[in-house]
Design a binder for this molecule. Structure first.
Ligand code: MG
Ligand code: MG
Length: 237
């Protein structure tokens, strides 16, 4: 899983390096796919329930599951959430980053920073003896303290030989509750945080999830292993 995580991180870094005003999200998808295939691995999302891309590319008020398209071209000031996964020897990595496109507004910067910090707070709870919703509560506490909203309908998950395993990991919940965390568990923790209200809906394409109020949304995700020494983030190079 470390190898799958490392490759997922490399694919995301390559996408980040390619991001510039004018590039299409389909071109970014090709960047991620070639990094993964050149390593002899398999894109985890492509074909998953029929999803056509190697990445999910969700722009501005799109929350998750945006379909890469040659018609979607980035502009200065956009934010783009890129979710990516890779499979190596049957093991999965899953990670997401929201990238700024050029110079973004202070409000957008604040959202990205808070969402990233909410993920870090969740990861810091990944210790044996903690409870599952300690992770959830840590994410929620950071996000809401900054005046942002936690998306309810989409959640983190266990991960291993399949992308989505039990348990589901909501980004909100009561501290001290839920199943006990144990060494050997591996989680994909993925706060989806809205600048405005929490409500979201799906577009007619069957995939793209957008905020109901049209305000921007951010998404950061890491695959994290619980070890005797605490959390180890696998989706880093
Ligand atoms: Mg993901
Ligand atoms: Mg995930």
């Amino acid at each position: 899983m470390r190898e799958a995580g490392r490759l997922t991180a490399r694919a995301l870094r390559s996408v980040g390096e390619a991001i510039r005003p004018g590039i299409s999200t389909l071109e970014l998808d090709a960047v991620a796919e070639s990094v993964i295939r050149d390593a002899g691995a398999v894109p985890a999302f492509k074909g998953f329930h029929g999803f056509p891309g190697t990445i999910c590319a969700s722009l501005n008020h799109e929350v998750v599951h945006g379909i890469p398209s040659k018609r979607t071209r980035l502009r200065e000031g956009d934010i783009l959430s890129v979710d990516c996964g890779a499979i190596i020897d049957g093991y999965f990595g899953d990670s997401a980053v929201t990238f700024p496109v050029g110079e973004i507004t202070p409000d957008a910067k604040h959202l990205l920073d808070a969402t990233k910090r909410s993920l870090e707070a969740g990861i810091a709870r990944c210790h044996a003896g903690m409870r599952l919703y300690d992770i959830s509560n840590a994410v929620q506490t950071v996000a809401e303290a900054e005046g942002f909203s936690v998306v309810r309908e989409y959640v983190g998950h266990g991960i291993g030989r399949t992308m989505h395993e039990d348990p589901q990991i909501p980004n909100y919940g009561p501290a001290g509750q839920g199943p006990a965390l144990k060494v050997g568990m591996v989680f994909a923790i993925e706060p989806m945080i809205n600048a405005g209200e929490a409500a979201v809906y799906s577009l007619d394409d069957g995939w793209t999830v957008v905020t109901q109020d049209g305000q921007i949304s951010a998404h950061f995700e890491h695959t994290v292993a619980l070890t005797e020494d605490g959390p180890v983030v696998l989706t880093v190079e």
